[in-house]
Design a protein around this ligand. Structure first.
Ligand code: PLP
Length: 493
């Protein structure tokens, strides 16, 4: 019956799913999830489907009447699972892994239940304070000093964009009021990152109205690390030409090879030139929680801001980015705008997170950081990352011992770039063709998922070991598959 407003007695309470149904299907779903993780290896890591295969199974219009949960859950198995790329699969060795852990998943469930919007301290004091507190825990784990203030954003891309916006604010050119367009009182702004920096930096330049031309890609050495002398030279040249340098991005763990920029040397230059230094440690930065790996963060303590992605290498469900800055007041100056309806009595004594970014509403992400750190413990997380470093070393040893493979970059963490390079082929075009075919063979016919990149213009294959469910046996199997495919190709040659 539809609610009628004419007669109050006709108005029917509509409400949510009844508690008994929620309980029944909640238990069912938790069982389903536990079974999924127990059997995740039985799924193909990459689905065998074509574009459009999922949509053609879905009705063109939404249902007028509600459907049963039985029917909805059945479609998970029938339609959704066959179309999943299984990031939790231990044979997922592509990109940077983001595998989710039990405690992270349970925390996400609770976050959805509370569904509180942490835009202001008042709109969810627990979220605001847990966010501050867990970020301070994580800062301690990373060995970073106390003057770093933290905030959670969704992705590394968005966090870096906020860093660059804060850097622009620091440059004192009043973009906040006047914008950039149509101004003849402004020189061209200049932002620096290495040739190996993530494409999100380019996207920030686009989004912030700086334009791609404002991003200077600094050359790297033969280990794909930014050359500080080249940075210094570029800044001097730009200044001579009337440009306004304002920000440098260093990367700890670049996307292709996990190379580590010399942050201390870059910090020297930034301090001398008064430029904002932001460090992108999206994937690799997490390794700094291991005492013997803390060297990778040398110099980051002098940065103006840095980030890591717990959703990459600390087993959190996507998304969560931990962003830190020593200059929260500048970030706030760039973004704070308090509409009258958002004013609160305690605004002078609390951090209202809405003031530190473009979004107003925010998820309760701190719960998953709290659950995950507490459940595994700092030592438990360190041991898991250490194991991945061990897996990376094992794979590298096997690869280096096999003459037809050429390793294309050092392996400071657990990401390995290589290509097939038979002794008798040295023509780069032929090698490219050979490796494109090699990748296709692995991608279409096998049980593992790897990715590719380009280094010094050369097409290379790339494997990454940072999945929570990865064991030595999976790496051994992956190596067997890669080696066998290579041998098949070499025999045909
Ligand atoms: N920075 C680096 C170094 C990355 O490797 C990546 C993704 O792999 C990103 C940023 C972007 O991460 P997100 O997907 O969280 O925006």
């Amino acid at each position: 019956m539809k609610p009628s407003t004419e007669n109050k007695n006709d108005v029917k309470f509509l409400g949510d799913m009844p508690a008994d149904q929620f309980r029944k299907f909640g238990y069912e779903l938790i069982d389903w999830i536990a079974n999924y993780f127990e059997n995740v290896e039985d799924y193909p890591v990459l689905p065998h489907i074509k574009p459009g295969d999922i949509r053609k199974q879905l009705p063109l219009s939404p249902p007028d009447e509600g459907e049963t949960m039985e029917k909805i859950l059945k479609d998970i198995d029938k339609i959704i699972v066959p179309g999943l790329t299984h990031w939790n699969h231990p044979n997922f060795m592509a990109y940077f892994n983001s595998s989710s852990s039990g405690p992270g998943i349970l925390a996400e469930l609770l976050a959805a239940v509370f569904n509180s919007n942490g835009m202001l301290w008042r709109t969810n004091p627990s979220s605001a304070e847990l966010e501050q507190h867990t970020l301070q825990w994580l800062r301690q784990m990373l060995g970073m000093p106390e003057d770093f203030w933290g905030i959670m954003y969704d992705t590394a891309s968005v966090a870096s964009m906020h860093a660059i916006a804060a850097a622009r604010e620091q440059a004192g050119i009043n973009v906040r009021e006047k914008g950039l367009a149509g101004r003849n009182d402004l020189p061209k702004l200049r932002l620096y990152a290495s040739e190996q920096a993530h494409s999100s930096i380019d996207k920030s330049a686009i989004t912030l109205g700086l334009g791609l031309e404002s991003l200077k890609k600094v050359p790297t050495d033969d280990e794909f690390r930014m050359l500080p002398d080249e940075l210094d030279k570029a800044i001097k040249e730009d200044k001579k030409n009337g440009l306004l340098p304002f920000c440098v991005i260093a990367t700890v763990g670049t996307t292709s090879t996990t190379s580590i920029d010399p942050v201390s040397n870059i910090a020297d230059i930034c301090e001398k030139e008064n430029l904002w230094l932001h460090v992108d440690g999206a994937h690799g930065g997490s390794a700094a929680i291991i005492p013997e790996m803390q060297w990778i963060f040398k110099g980051v303590e002098r940065a103006d801001s840095f980030l890591i992605n717990p959703h990459k290498w600390l087993f959190h469900p996507v998304d969560i980015t931990a962003f830190y800055t020593r200059k929260p007041e500048i970030l706030k100056r760039a973004f704070s705008l308090v509409a009258d309806y958002l004013k609160t009595p305690e605004e002078n004594i609390v951090d209202n997170y809405m003031n530190y970014g473009i979004q107003l509403g925010r998820r309760f992400r701190a719960l998953k950081l709290w659950f995950t750190i507490r459940y595994f413990g700092v030592e438990g997380l360190r041991d898991r990352l250490r194991y991945h470093l061990f897996l990376g070393k094992e794979f590298t040893t096997w690869l280096d011992a096999y003459p037809a493979f050429e390793r294309m970059a050092p392996v400071p963490m657990s990401t390995i770039c290589f290509r097939l390079h038979p002794k008798n082929i040295n023509d780069e075009n032929k090698l490219e063709e050979l490796n494109l075919g090699f990748f296709k063979e692995i991608d279409t016919n096998s049980e593992i998922l790897i990715s590719h990149t380009r280094l010094n213009g050369k097409y290379v294959l790339r494997v990454n070991m940072s999945g929570l469910r990865m064991e030595l046996r999976h790496i051994k199997k992956a190596w067997e598959i890669i080696k066998t495919k290579a041998e098949e190709i070499l025999t045909k040659l």
